[in-house]
Design a binder for this molecule. Structure first.
Ligand code: 26V
Length: 800
């Protein structure tokens, strides 16, 4: 039981709370209530308990006029809210007991909650973990995002191929949100700019309303709560009856159409920037509504906008909200009469920019034509910022700048408008300096800093893995959840065989229950004694699911050739979605499913090898798979994965990593110890050198019989008998267009997998390594990361 359970909340009391909400909020009699009804009643009863700390936190922030942090993100990949909130407020057990008295099961009810999937992957999930940590640390903060009607699409497989279906998390009532119709701002688009008498006015010819919805974010132990404010678009003018009556039917509904589209759907592609007008409008919608709200709040209790940076820190989660620079300057100059240069300094002192990717195709660039027509005033301001920066730094090389070749480069804009720019792992930050912004780094030494990513231990250990959490609490006592470094206190116990057995038993129990779930989800029976080898993340060439599946085929081949060999049984588990327009990624999904079908039906292989790919990987599925994993696949081409955070979740839960020297893998390996990590493959520098070699893949293929065999099987259609040439494209790309170096890293990867087998055969040795992973991962708490942002970027402190 939590020490901080609000003493006033008894099981009996909470049971009446639930029943009261069931009757008077949901309008159902217990005798006829469905799981949905119970979930609503439970959510409202919990929500009641969150309101008081939430109000208190808000009141104290006002009363003490504390600096506030504003975290702007196009994505918040929250997942389920109910159980996480229950755990943080200390009522998880009370609620379960109360429900059990009522003949209901907490887990069954919680399992009916749809994921709030307002994000694509790592960047959005990081925003959600950071919101939770800011609340845990008592850092007054607001998250700002868009309330997409449809989050990330639902994935199904048809004949092994991905199909996308609309996701509609909002089709059910969302009990943790509060509509704030009184809080709404007008967001303009297009139109023209007029300058008269020294004053500039933008006259948009289109507009929508941004209307707020608030969600409380409760921190660990319920000591602090912040707000996540999501904007929903509404028509700015009522239906234009006059135009309608004149027969102008479409124009009459224009504002309504624009409003309906703007917050309708999350862009499902996190790999390619397409320069689409609607996306630019979404970004401005988020940014403008948020900045208007920030200035309104500030001016409620201050009058001098020059002091804004002492009370306001604005973090841009990648460049998606990078219009914050020009928009803040516009509001300060055009609306509040501040001089341009001073406005720029004020804005820069408020703003910080986090870079999450080096992939050139993901870096945002907008044509000056589009920017100039959708946001004419901002286009002017952007040019002025660029000009001002050039004048201040006359030695700036001619090819450096924000506006080049008729494009606005959002990375450069965000950099120049921020007082701090940060990468998300030590290696990534070095690469941001050396490869992405070398010239700007030279002009602004010290501006680029590192903040290695982290994950929320409450969700990713305490909630996802109750068995391991209980063992940890029994061993080192309570309170590690918000002092994750304390996991190091486990180390001396790892020398104790009893502890290692208990650690292994928790893992095994997780595997048993996940095996049951796998059977339900996919129809395939897997043995919990097999090594659970897990690769869960978006499907992308650089993440190299292809390398994994090619090695799986090689392993299958070996088992068939030497059926009596000493093979370690494995379950290869994949999870992930491909962007709908990313044909190569979709082909990899198809391949994994085809290979799974053949291998899983092969009687010669039996339990020695299974391939599992449950559809619709999401946060909830991650919570189910992470605690059951033995091996974590972090095998991206070095230099391509900015950080990774799944790598942290898996290792924290006692999975060993097989991985490259990429992103945060480097730091994870430093922490857990190289002997507890299976390293393979080229470094980032070696990868670049390798690519420069003509026919690098050919050389690697010719020196690996295993790889030749695998490619041969693919070419012959062994996994696609109904269409033997289906994977000719894949084979051809490995031979001739292997940018991500699958062939060149193949042999090293197979060797590392051999090392994994060897280590796994020693069950007790494996348990030691697994436990050491958990014990040494405390550093990767998002609390540590947020402390870093508070100190080095936001210049703020805790109110606890
Ligand atoms: C780019 C775009 C381009 C425009 C359309 C929508 C969209 C959405 C997202 C992105 C960038 C995604 C970048 C990203 O997710 N990076 C990941 O960030 C994680 C958190 O820092 C990090 O762990 C991963 O390594 C990194 O890939």
């Amino acid at each position: 039981m939590n020490a901080f359970v609000p003493a006033s909340v008894t099981t009996d009391g909470f049971r009446s709370d639930i029943l009261r909400h069931l009757s008077y909020t949901v309008g159902k009699d217990a005798a006829h209530a469905s799981l949905y009804d119970w979930r609503m009643a439970l959510s409202y009863a919990l929500r009641d308990r969150i309101i008081t700390p939430w109000f208190q936190a808000t009141r104290r922030t006002w009363a003490e006029d504390h600096k506030r942090v504003y975290y702007l993100s196009m994505e918040f990949l929250i997942g389920r809210i109910l159980e996480d909130a229950a755990i943080n407020i200390g009522l998880r057990e009370v609620a379960a007991a109360a429900l059990s008295d009522l003949g209901q099961d907490f887990d069954l009810i919680a399992d009916t909650e749809p994921d709030a999937a307002l994000g694509n992957g790592g960047l959005g999930r990081l925003a959600a973990c950071y919101m939770e940590s800011m609340a845990t640390l008592g850092c007054p903060a607001y998250g700002y995002g868009i309330r997409y009607e449809h989050g990330l699409f639902r994935q199904e497989f048809e004949h092994g191929q991905q199909v996308e279906l609309a996701e509609d998390w909002l089709s059910q009532k969302h009990p943790f949100e509060f509509e704030r119709p009184e809080c709404a701002y007008t967001i303009g688009f297009n139109g023209n700019v007029e300058t008269t008498g020294g004053r500039t006015v933008w006259r948009p010819d289109e507009s929508v309303l941004a209307s707020a919805y608030d969600m409380p974010v409760i921190g660990w132990s319920g000591r602090w709560a912040n707000t996540l404010r999501l904007w929903s678009a509404l028509p700015s003018s009522r239906f234009d009856l006059a135009r309608f009556n004149r027969g102008d039917y479409t124009a009459a509904a224009e504002s309504e159409t624009l409003a309906r589209t703007i917050s309708r759907v999350l862009y499902p592609d996190d790999t390619t920037h397409q320069g689409k007008e609607l996306r630019l409008k979404q970004e401005f919608f988020l940014t403008s509504a948020t900045l208007q709200d920030i200035l309104r709040r500030y001016l409620d209790s201050h009058s001098d906008l020059r002091a804004l940076p002492s009370k306001v820190a604005i973090q841009m989660n990648d460049t998606h909200p990078a219009l914050a620079g020009p928009e803040l300057i516009r509001l300060l100059t055009d609306h509040h009469g501040i001089e341009f240069a001073e406005a720029m300094e004020i804005a820069r002192a408020c703003l910080g920019y986090t870079n999450h990717t080096l992939l050139p195709e993901a870096l945002e660039r907008w044509s000056t034509w589009l920017m100039g027509s959708v946001l004419p005033r901002h286009m002017q301001i952007i040019e002025r910022i660029d000009d001002h920066h050039l004048k201040a730094h006359p030695k700036r090389p001619h090819y450096v700048g924000i506006v080049k070749h008729h494009e606005v480069r959002m990375g450069e804009l965000a950099f120049i408008m921020s007082h701090r720019v940060n990468g998300v792992s030590a290696l990534h930050t070095d690469l941001v300096k050396q490869r992405l912004f070398p010239e700007l780094d030279a002009l602004h030494p010290g501006r680029i800093i590192n903040q290695t990513n982290g994950i929320a231990p409450r969700r990713w250990l305490r909630m996802a893995n109750p068995r391991l959490s209980a063992l940890i609490s029994e061993t080192i006592g309570a309170g590690w959840e918000d002092h994750l470094d304390r996991l190091s206190e486990l180390e001396p116990h790892i020398e104790d065989k009893g502890f290692r057995d208990a650690f292994a038993a928790a893992k095994r129990a997780n595997k048993v229950s996940t095996a049951r779930w796998i059977k339900e989800a996919t129809g395939v029976a897997v043995s919990p004694d097999a090594l659970f080898d897990v690769q869960i993340k978006r499907i992308h060439e650089y993440k190299r699911q292809l390398l994994n599946i090619l090695q799986t085929i090689a392993e299958w081949h070996t088992i068939r050739e030497t059926p009596s060999g000493n093979h370690v049984p494995r379950v290869k588990i994949f999870g992930g979605k491909a962007a709908p327009g990313y044909a190569v990624a979709k082909e990899i999904i198809h391949l994994i499913n085809d290979v799974a079908r053949v291998i899983n039906a092969d009687p010669k292989v039996g339990d020695l090898l299974k391939v599992i790919f449950p559809p619709n990987y999401n946060v909830s599925m991650a919570e189910r798979l992470v605690p059951a994993a033995d091996l974590s696949e972090q095998i991206s081409t070095a230099g391509k994965e900015a950080s990774g955070t799944g790598n942290m979740k898996l290792s924290l839960n006692g999975a060993l990593t097989i991985g490259t020297l990429d992103g945060a893998n480097v730091e994870i390996r430093d922490h857990v110890g190289p002997e507890n990590f299976f390293l393979f493959g080229m470094t980032a520098d070696e990868a670049i050198a390798r690519r420069a070699i003509d026919d690098h893949a050919r050389e690697a293929i010719l020196s690996s019989q295993a790889l030749q065999d695998v490619l041969q099987m693919l070419a012959e259609g062994r996994f696609s008998p109904d269409q033997p040439d289906r994977y000719h494209g894949v084979v051809n790309r490995v031979w001739h267009h292997d940018y991500f170096l699958v062939a060149s890293d193949f042999a090293a990867y197979c060797d590392a997998q051999g090392e994994v087998d060897k280590a796994y055969r020693d069950g007790d040795g494996w348990a030691r390594k697994a436990a050491l992973n958990t014990a040494r991962m405390g550093y990767f708490s998002s609390d540590r990361a947020i402390r870093g942002y508070m100190k080095e970027i936001w210049n703020t402190d805790s109110m606890l």
